[in-house]
Design a protein around this ligand. Sequence first.
Ligand SMILES: [Zn+2]
Length: 285
Amino acid sequence: MARTDTMPADAEMRRQIRPVICYPDEGLPQPDLALYRSARVGARKVEEVTVPPREARSFRVPAGHFFRITSIKGPQVGDLNLWNASDLSERFFSGKTRALHGTHVSEGDRLWSCLPYLRPMATVIEDTLSWYGTDPYGGRVHDVIGTRCDPYTHRLLSGGTYHHCCHSNLTRALAVETGRPLQEVEPLVHDVLNVFMCTGFTPDTGQYFMKASPVRPGDYLEFLAEIDLLGALSACPGGDCSSEHSSDAAACHPLLVEIFEPAPGSLAGWSPAAVNAYDRSHGAG
Ligand SMILES: [Zn+2]
């Protein structure tokens, strides 16, 4: 609750100051979407992975290949993690992606990696839900707000134990992929892109909300991999995230991940993203 006894005389004047965009789009290097999309036309499918409900699966995408995440059986939200395939310490940076592109991503937006790399890992080239825009509640699709459902928060709030939260699903999938113990890979699991999830903040209390995803079978989100990627996708136990997660109560459905290889020469002029050019001296002597 906001206190009123400390309100200064010029409170309203201070509130009326116009905001400025922290990171205007003009400063960001823009992807050549026309080139990516033309390369996609002649690309051929080389692999597919089905993610079962309440589970996660890993997949690899070479730089310059495409990957598509599709709803195949019913409305389902997916929690996506991405790592540099050859260095798992470089991973998707949800917070900076949000600062650069806003709370939700769509066509032309990029998924950025953590410091000290800060380069695009993947670029969204097609989003069949881009029509959704902003609903009357302020909800939008594909958020980089939420962290991922996890058994620790569930324990904190309800006292219960649940093993199929996205955090646990992603941890198991990464352990299987790398052959490393669960406890060793768990810290590599990170804040996600919430694929197909419809979320926002309440205008009065600023609370994070979710609502039934508008995704339907056949809808997909597709990316170009800007570097060699290891990905993991969890089919969230929340299903379409219309009511609750961290339980087996919601109807859950599988998700499909497909990898496509472009025809030789079709990405002429494109090269994998380089790591950030900052020299990392941090002003020290
Ligand atoms: Zn989840």
